[in-house]
Write a protein that binds this ligand. Sequence first.
Ligand code: GLA
Length: 386
Amino acid sequence: MTDDVAARATAAFRSAYGGPPAGRWAAPGRANLIGEHTDYNDGFVLPFALPLRTVVAAAPQPGDTWTVCSELTGDTVTFGADDVAEAGRVAGWGAYVAGVAWALREAGHAVPGARLAVASDVPLGAGLSSSAALEAAVLAALVDLGGLDLPAERRPRLAQRAENDYVGAPTGIMDQSAVIRCRAGHALFLDCRDESVEQVPFDLDAAGLAVLVVDSRAPHRHADGEYAARRASCERAAGLLGIAALRDVPADGLADALARLDEDETRRRVRHVVTENQRVLDTVALLRAGRVREIGPLLTASHASMRDDFEITVPEIDTAVEAALAAGALGARMTGGGFGGCVLALVDAERGDAVADAVTAAYAERGFAAPGHVTVLPGPGATRLD
Ligand code: GLA
C-alpha cells in the first residue's frame, strides 16, 4: 500500500514540477480504539495508526512561495507570504497545508518555500483523520526542508493549531497526536491534559486478532455543528461544576456531579465523558496485562454510551455495530467524531471477512448504500521515507 502511494506521490511531483523530489514524508490515518470526545475534556484517548497513509513528496522552492498539487483532486494550490501571515486566507484542502506553514511561522520558525505533491490512501471524510495525516506529513516535510528544530512531541499542538485556527475546526489534540506519535504494534495512551504518552502493546497479530474497520458511508449529518455543540455543552457543564474540565470528575464522583446538574441532556453528556475516561483506563490496564481478547465489552459499552448518552451515532453506524457483534466480533464501536464515519470491530483474524459480510448483509436489508471495509493492524506514525 505505502509503496504504491509513495510511488504515486513521486509520480505526481515529477509530472507537476518536471524533476525528482528532495524527499518523501508519510503520515498515517488513525482509528481511535477507545476514548471518544474525551480529548477536549482534558481526558484520555487510546488511538492507533492505520496502515493507510498520506505521502508528501517535496523539494525546496526559492522565496516565500508554496505550491501543492494533489494526486487526488488533480488541482494545484499556490500561496505566498501573505497567506501564511494571516489565518484563513486559503480555503479548501490547501488550507491544511497553508495552515501548517502559518502555525510554524506563528511559533517563530522561518518556513522554507516548497513544492509539494500529495498522494493518499486515507479515505477522505471517513473519520479516519485524513486531515491530520496531511497536516503531519506536510509538517514533517517543511521541518526537514528548513532544518527546523521541532521535536516530535511538540508537533501535534502545532498541527492542531493549523486545524483549529487556520481551517477553523474546533477539534481536540487526539488526531494529530495519533498520526505523529503512534508506533507499530501499539496503541497510544495519551493524557490530553499534559500530553504525556505511553505506548501500550496492541499486538493483534500475536493474539490471532485483527481490527475490522467498516466505513459506514453514511452521509455526514451536520457533523461540524453537532461536534461544536457537544464540545460547548461539556464546557458549560464543567463551568457549572466549578472545575477546569470534565476530566476532573472521577468515576466515583459521577453520582455527586450528576446530582448537581439540573438538566437531563447535560447529565447524559457528562456521564458519557466520565464513564468513557474510565473505560480507557480499564482498556489500558487489560492491554498492559496482555489480555487483549478481553477488551471487547469495553468497546461495546463505549458504543452504547455514544449512542444513548452522547447521541452522536446514526442508524447506519448502529446497524454496523449490531451486525458485527451478532456475527461474532468480540467488541465493536463507532470510532471518531461521529454522525457517520467508521466503526471498528475487534475480530478473530480468520473471522474478519465473515463479520464484514454480515455487516454488508444487514445494510442491504435496511436499504443502506453498501459499506466499505478493511482489516488492519496498528502501523507506524509519521516518518520520513527517504
Ligand atoms: C474528531 C476530533 C478529535 C476528537 C474526536 C472525538 O476526530 O478531531 O479531536 O474530539 O473527534 O473523540
